[in-house]
Design a binder for this molecule. Sequence first.
Ligand SMILES: Nc1ncnc2c1ncn2[C@@H]1O[C@H](COP(=O)(O)OP(=O)(O)O)[C@@H](O)[C@H]1O
Ligand SMILES: [Mg+2]
Length: 313
Amino acid sequence: MPEIVIRTEALTRDFDALRAVDNLNLEVPAGTIFGFLGPNGSGKTTTIRMLLGLLEPSAGRAEVLGFDVPRQADEIRLRAGALLEHHGLYERFSAWDNLEFYGRVWRLPRRERHARIEELLRRLDLWERRREAVGRWSRGMKQKLAVARALLHRPQIVFLDEPTAGLDPVAAPSLRQDLAGLVQREGVTVFLTTHNLAEAEKLCHLVAVISAGRLLALGRPDELRARAGLRAEIAARLVDETTLDALRRRAEIAAAEWRDGRLLVELHPGAELAGVIAMLVESGVRIEEVRKASLEDVFLTLIEEEKRCSPTS
Ligand SMILES: Nc1ncnc2c1ncn2[C@@H]1O[C@H](COP(=O)(O)OP(=O)(O)O)[C@@H](O)[C@H]1O
Ligand SMILES: [Mg+2]
């Protein structure tokens, strides 16, 4: 397998006057869970459809597993799994029969097919319910089965388009956990889209942030957080004006504010919080809790900056 499994160069897609994907340059290394993160309508699904050869680029190029899109799309589809917006399950079939059907489509030999179906259903905790028609299942269970379907033929890469969208707060983390486990065990590269930042942060090794079809940032979740300048919320007591002034004069600090029993601090990119905390403790401040900003804050900052830089879009 090539070391870079997805490469796009100035990949662009227009729908009439609308530029849905705008000069996208991406490289996804083998074995990563790659998060493609952006608000609704930012071009995530359009990108996946181009990478699978379901939609022609208007300009630019892309390759998946070393094969050119869309010219070698058949080669790609043989080696890729996908969970798109529609899960592709037959509601009147049982879970077992659904996977049996797709296993035959993939021409997996009977013995191997049955072993694989059992393995996946057990890993996803669906084995006991394999004979039930999936039409009556919860959305969470259907999504799990759809993941099994996407992984059935042991693809080298799997595309998951918002796999946890619409799942309740119990089902979503459960699917996320199963995904992380499966992916690690199978060594498959995952290209996952989401508009859920917490999800990207928990699950992904690398994250690309897009907005209006344009790539805003690419990096490890912790790098992205550092790049935007760390933000922290410190619940504290005994903070006085002198301490606040001293805090604001420190080299690490871009801004500091005292509000409702909380210190809101913003650090310069690359600065560390530890020295700040030590200084507060020395000044007699009683610290109750420190919460670092999530990727969500970074994401919102990036989108705000993008808007400020391009008032026309
Ligand atoms: N087939 C299509 N025809 C016209 N416009 C489309 C089509 N598919 C997507 N779009 C538009 O392209 C933009 C990006 O859509 P999409 O890739 O589905 O975003 P996302 O998956 O990030 O929510 C949206 O403005 C959407 O309305
Ligand atoms: Mg979408």
